[in-house]
Design a binder for this molecule. Structure first.
Ligand code: NAI
Ligand code: MG
Length: 499
């Protein structure tokens, strides 16, 4: 029998059906309108909490607080060393409470507790990585060639108030990622979490205050994308939007931001190619390719959802991957044996099951899966079987569109040139994988793929120090690494006449 993790007392207040508040200017408050919306546990359909339905007036208050904290201090006037100390204290709090944070996110969006626990190193590592960068920001001195005596240098200055909009697929990681980089740069933040999974953002906001972050530096406005998110994107008091989510919403944000020409970085969707050559180590590649697509029930922007397998191993590969897939344990994320949890919401469930029909109608074959799971306790939640489509053509919708469920489209290929062409035939360019023991072929493939990340004989690894982001319609800008903090900095050039 699987062991069910019990709900720790530290998070009881978020998950027992009560009314939560959002964080504005250091205080936990309801929406100006007093409106609320429900957030549910996707494994059981049970109410976790009622959240303030923030809208334009709440965004106004939060932006005013962030503006003041940026324009008048104390955040912008605080020495980097002092900002760093607060961020390191925050990292310690995240570390000591990570188990409870993991359970909170599992309850809120369904991912297996095993997976959430696996985020510990990354969550704490990110908080410390960005804390480290607060004291490492630097400009340049540059020689110039104009007549006379002039000294030229660049200063790096925080862009200002950041509107951070995050999705639900890895909530506490998304929060620390965006907020960490923005704070390292010296910015202040209004963050809007996804309506499907806002709870960890509220708790992390509280931890920041506990760590000594001054009021107004980070504000968390809960609410819907079309209201609170849209109000943030057009707000003249916001200098930059940092967004992660769907490509369609990314486009809406670019349009909304155009009015004030605020800076925008976008981490959007993908349809990432994963290429397995005949000579690949199948003991690695079979589970690797399955989990590249299925981990987090496929709710991963860089999921390897277009799987290209070389003809010589195609049949055996698909069969082995199907056996592996059928053995995966799908269930309530709180069971510590669960490998795949439910989808996040009824909406996502409908979206994914629609694609099962779309694929079949287009002529793809369901090799395994292809249905909602409805037996017993599954019926209460949003569970689907991990699904392999074969007989797929790269032009089919199931090979072109981001499904965001545990669905992989497998295609056979005959030669290197044709598979690279197919792999790059996509509006997206986020991730990519290649499996081969031929170093030359691997290196060639890395160079040929038009994607922001390529994994070689592995898939999905992430680290705070390593940049991540997309080519083409997968977005602009990079998150992770020093490049991420640069996205929150302006460059000021200074000319000084020295005679
Ligand atoms: P979404 O992109 O609409 O939501 C992400 C965030 O944007 C949420 O916080 C939401 O409230 C906010 N938002 C929505 N509309 C907005 C607007 N007009 N202005 C400002 N903010 C807005 O994604 P959603 O609806 O949750 O999922 C739909 C599909 O999007 C998924 O099936 C998946 O394909 C894709 N998606 C991709 C993600 C990724 O990491 N690449 C993450 C989440 C969704
Ligand atoms: Mg939820």
């Amino acid at each position: 029998m699987p062991q069910e993790v019990s709900v720790p007392s530290a998070i009881e207040r978020f998950v027992t059906g009560g009314l939560a508040s959002m964080l504005i200017d250091g205080a936990f408050v309801p929406a100006v309108s007093s409106e609320t919306f429900d957030t549910l546990n996707p494994a059981t359909g049970q109410l976790l909490a009622r959240l303030p339905a923030g809208d334009a007036p709440d965004v106004d208050r939060a932006v005013a607080a962030a503006r003041r904290a940026f324009d008048d201090g104390p955040w912008s006037t605080m020495k980097p060393f002092d900002r760093q100390r607060i961020m390191l204290r925050f990292a310690d709090l995240v570390e000591s409470r990570h188990e409870d944070l993991a359970i909170l996110d599992t309850l809120d969006m369904g991912a297996p507790i095993q997976r959430m626990r696996g985020n510990l190193r990354r969550a704490v590592g990110m908080a410390r990585f960005y804390a480290g960068l607060t004291t490492a920001l630097r400009g340049e001195t540059i020689t110039n060639s104009i007549p006379g005596d002039f000294h030229t240098q660049t200063l790096r200055e925080p862009v200002g108030v950041v509107g951070a909009i995050i999705p639900w697929n890895n909530p506490h990681i998304a929060f620390i990622w965006k907020v960490g980089a923005a704070l390292a740069a010296g910015c202040t933040v209004v963050l809007k979490p996804a309506e499907e999974a806002s709870l960890s953002a509220l708790w992390l906001g509280e931890m920041l205050l506990e760590a000594g972050l001054p009021d107004g530096v980070v504000n968390v406005v809960t609410g819907y994308g079309e209201t609170a998110g849209a109000a943030l994107s057009v707000h003249p008091g916001v200098d930059k939007i940092a967004f992660t989510g769907s490509t369609a919403t990314g486009q809406a944000i670019v349009r909304a931001a155009a009015g004030t020409l605020k800076r925008v970085t976008l981490e959007l969707g993908g349809k990432s190619p994963n290429i397995v050559f005949n000579d690949a180590d199948l003991d690695l590649a079979v589970p690797g390719a399955a989990m590249a697509a299925f981990t987090n029930s496929g709710q991963v922007c860089s999921a390897g959802t277009r799987l290209f397998v070389e003809r010589g191993i195609y049949n055996d590969f698909v069969q082995a991957m199907s056996s592996y897939t059928d053995a995966l344990t799908v269930g309530n994320g709180l069971d510590d044996t669960t490998q795949l949890g439910p989808l996040v919401s009824q909406t996502q469930l409908e979206r994914v099951t629609d694609y099962f029909d779309v694929g079949r109608a287009e002529g793809a074959a369901v090799y395994t899966g292809g249905a909602r799971l409805t037996e017993g306790d599954y019926a209460k939640g949003y569970f689907v079987a991990p699904t392999i489509f074969t007989d797929v053509d790269n032009d089919m919708r199931v090979a072109k569109e981001e499904i965001f469920g545990p669905v992989v489209s497998v295609m056979a290929f005959d030669d290197y040139e044709s598979v690279i062409k197919l792999a790059n035939t996509s509006p997206f360019g986020l991730g990519g994988g290649v499996w081969t023991n031929d170093l030359t072929k691997a290196t060639r493939t890395v160079g040929a793929l038009r994607t922001g990340t390529v994994w070689v004989n592995c898939y999905g690894q992430m680290d705070p120090a390593v940049p991540f982001g997309g080519y083409r319609m997968s977005g602009y800008g990079r998150e992770g690494g020093v490049e991420h903090v640069n996205e929150f900095l302006e460059t000021k050039s200074v000319w000084t006449q020295t005679h």
